[in-house]
Design a protein around this ligand. Structure first.
Ligand SMILES: [Zn+2]
Length: 293
C-alpha cells in the first residue's frame, strides 16, 4: 500500500514537473513568434511564409522551391499552410536553408526535411549545432531542439542554385558560428533588386564578446568574427532589406503600409544602412563596456 502510494506520489511529481516545464517553455516564446501572418509576395519570386516575427521565405523556381528557415518545432505546419495558401506545393520544397542554428530558426528543420524530402544545406560552423539539436552550441543557455541531418555543408560565398535562381550564402558569424546572410537578386517592374536577408547581428545576454575581468570570451575569436561580420554587412549592396526576425527590418510597420504602397515597401536601402550602423555601434559599445568593467 505504502509503495503504491509512493508511486502515485512520484507520478504526480513527474507530471507536475512536465506541466510546469511546458508552461515555462510556452511563456518564454513571444506570441509574435507563433502568430501566423497571411503569406505575401515580397519581390519577384520571393515570398514571405513566416509568422509575425519569425521570418520564413519561399523562393519559387520552375525546378522547385527553396525554403529559408523552418523556425520553431510548431512552425512547419503553419509554414506549410502559408505555402499552400499561395498556391504552391509543400512537396515542391527541394532545398532547406537556415539563417542560424538557434531553436527559433532551426527546430522545425527535421520535420520540414521528413515531410518534403528537401536537401538540407547548412553553413560550416553551424553544422555540429544543427546535427546535435543545439547541444554543440557555444551559447549553452540556448534551448535544445530535434536534431536534423545535413546533406550539404556550405562555405562562405557558396552559391545555391535552383531553376535559374541563385542565392549566395554569406557567412556572417558571431551570433552563431555559422550564421548565414542570404543574398539574391529579384526582378520586379523592369528593375533588378539586391535582396539581403540578414542572418543575425546581435549577441544573446549570456554571451561574452571579450576575455576580461575573469570572464572568458564565449568562443575563441568571437570579437574578431563580429568585427568582420559588420564589415561584410556594410559592404553588401541592399535594396530589399529582410532578416531572420521581423524586428530586424520593421516587418509589421512595413506590412501596414503595403495595402496602399504595394511591395515597394520592402525596398529600403536607407533602412538597411541605418539598422546596420546602429547594431555596429551597439557592438563596439558593448565591447568597450566588457573591457572596462
Ligand atoms: Zn538566434
Amino acid at each position: 500500500m505504502k509503495r503504491w502510494l509512493m508511486r502515485v506520489g512520484m507520478l504526480l511529481v513527474v507530471l507536475g514537473t512536465v506541466v510546469g516545464m511546458e508552461r515555462v517553455a510556452a511563456a518564454a516564446v513571444p506570441a509574435d513568434w507563433t502568430t501566423q501572418l497571411t503569406p505575401f509576395k515580397i519581390s519577384g519570386n520571393l515570398y514571405y511564409v513566416g509568422s509575425r516575427d519569425l521570418a520564413a521565405y519561399l523562393v519559387v523556381t520552375p525546378k522547385g522551391n527553396i525554403l529559408i528557415n523552418a523556425n520553431l518545432e510548431t512552425s512547419p505546419a503553419q509554414i506549410r499552410q502559408s505555402v499552400e495558401q499561395l498556391g504552391f506545393k509543400w512537396t515542391d520544397t527541394k532545398i532547406l536553408l537556415s539563417s542560424q542554428s538557434h531553436y527559433d530558426h532551426a527546430a522545425g528543420a527535421a520535420e520540414v526535411l521528413s515531410t518534403t524530402g528537401a536537401q538540407h544545406m547548412v553553413m560550416d560552423g553551424d553544422v555540429d549545432v544543427i546535427k546535435s539539436g543545439g547541444v554543440a552550441d557555444y551559447d549553452t543557455s540556448m534551448d535544445h531542439f530535434p536534431p536534423a541531418r545535413v546533406d550539404h555543408v556550405l562555405h562562405d560565398g557558396e552559391k545555391v542554385s535552383l531553376g535559374g535562381t541563385v542565392i549566395t550564402a554569406v557567412k556572417t558569424p558571431g551570433h552563431t558560428r555559422g550564421c548565414t546572410t542570404w543574398t539574391m537578386q529579384t526582378h520586379e517592374g523592369g528593375r533588378t533588386l539586391n535582396v539581403v536577408i540578414v542572418g543575425g547581428w546581435s549577441w544573446n545576454p549570456k554571451v561574452h564578446l571579450v576575455t576580461a575581468h575573469g570572464r572568458t570570451e564565449s568562443y575563441p575569436g568571437i570579437e574578431r568574427d563580429f568585427e568582420r561580420t559588420f564589415a561584410v554587412y556594410r559592404a553588401l549592396p541592399c535594396d530589399v532589406f529582410l532578416g531572420a526576425h521581423g524586428v530586424y527590418f520593421d516587418l509589421l510597420g512595413k506590412l501596414k503600409r503595403m495595402p496602399t504602397e504595394g511591395t515597394a515597401v520592402w525596398i529600403d536601402p536607407e533602412g538597411y544602412k541605418k539598422a546596420e550602423a546602429a547594431k555596429e555601434a551597439e557592438f563596439y559599445k558593448e565591447v568597450a563596456k566588457e573591457k572596462a568593467s
